[in-house]
Design a protein around this ligand. Sequence first.
Ligand SMILES: C[S@@+](CC[C@H](N)C(=O)[O-])C[C@H]1O[C@@H](n2cnc3c(N)ncnc32)[C@H](O)[C@@H]1O
Length: 262
Amino acid sequence: MKLNEVQRAAQEQFARQSHRYGQGHILENVDDVRAAAEQMTLPARARVLDVATGGGHTGLYFASVGHDVTLADLAQPMLDRAARLAAERGLKVTTRLHAAEQFPDADASFDLVTCRVAAHHFSSPADFIRETARVLKPGGWFLLIDGSIEDHQPEAEEWLHQVEKFRDPSHHRFLTPGGWSDLCKRHGLAVKQAALAPFKQPDLNWYFDTAATSPENRQKVLDLVAHAPPSARQLFGLGEEDGKIVWWWQRLTLIATKRGNQ
Ligand SMILES: C[S@@+](CC[C@H](N)C(=O)[O-])C[C@H]1O[C@@H](n2cnc3c(N)ncnc32)[C@H](O)[C@@H]1O
């Protein structure tokens, strides 16, 4: 697999940190996925591709309700862990090692493509959306869940970008709902919903540990927090609770369908 610099950084980061994304991780709670699934009409046994599957939580949810799921990621240790978790739960899934910017699958081969809390690492969101649209069957569904930020908030967006980049240098960029919706429309995906919901980050130190942030970069983030502009302070509800730094992420849930009938 030939990778660019951004993809390689993500691969190294997640291969190293894969042990943190399995059972007990905050992403194991799939209430957001379940709620989104209720808004999509899928065949009884849909073909599902979960891109950048990480610990596998999203794909395994769809496997647990009877769908035929492929888990894809560019970090092999992540796929190994997700496959182990599937086996422990008695679920059958296929795993595939590939990047989110180019899929090995034939055109029109899936009823649903999912991607949760990963797209901010992708070197080219446009390539990811183009590939998603290509492999979806006409009438198929796309579910994207990711950290995001309100449209038209450049100062807060830049502040958050710096925080995320110091915390985890493999972070690439959060896109706004408008940014993702434009990409979808350009590639023939009709957006049914692009909604932000606040999602609490309960402890900055936990968030550092998840990414194995270096001591120097932790200090840089703490300095950014101490000097956050009012726009960011207000938008993210930055504050302290029981000695812990907390804030609220905006989590985007975007649901789209590929134009055309199945
Ligand atoms: C936070 S985890 C994903 C969480 C998971 N989707 C869930 O719902 O629990 C992020 C994953 O994105 C993967 N990733 C990052 N950049 C990628 C890329 N360009 N192509 C494919 N996978 C990528 C990482 O290897 C990692 O496993």
